[in-house]
Design a protein around this ligand. Structure first.
Ligand code: AMP
Ligand code: ZN
Length: 110
């Protein structure tokens, strides 16, 4: 499958990986928008949030949990951070394999 994040999962493209288990991988965004910018990605290929099924709900919840664990690991949990899913064109999605952006280490405006 011609999917960038599947290629990272399969080690066909390198990434700086911060977390991995049998269901989820998290790595640095190559074009960070904050001092910390991780992408938390399910290993299952799901193209967009619109394609999440009932059976994927625990997996999507796990992405949020891993993001919070990474925030604690890099000691930004108390200061805070931002999590974002982009969906399709108006949401600014460019990689069509769902991923949770975890951004921190700076103060965002609301
Ligand atoms: P999105 O706009 O939500 O689809 O976000 C895709 C993200 O993937 C962007 O923030 C890109 O900087 C990031 N990205 C693109 N290529 C790579 C790569 N090879 N490794 C890590 N992150 C990447
Ligand atoms: Zn994929």
């Amino acid at each position: 499958m011609d999917c960038l994040f599947c290629k990272i999962i399969n080690r066909e493209i390198p990434a700086t990986i911060h977390y991995e288990d049998d269901e989820v991988i998290a790595f640095d965004d190559i074009n960070p928008k904050a001092p910390y910018h991780f992408l938390v990605v399910p290993k299952k290929h799901i193209s967009t949030l619109n394609d999440v099924t009932d059976e994927d709900v625990p997996l999507v919840g796990k992405l949020v949990q891993i993001a919070s664990q990474l925030a604690k690991k890099v000691a930004i949990a108390e200061d805070g951070y931002r999590t974002v899913f982009n969906c399709n064109a108006d949401g600014g999605q460019v990689v069509f394999h769902i991923h949770l952006h975890m951004l921190g280490g700076k103060k965002f405006s609301s």
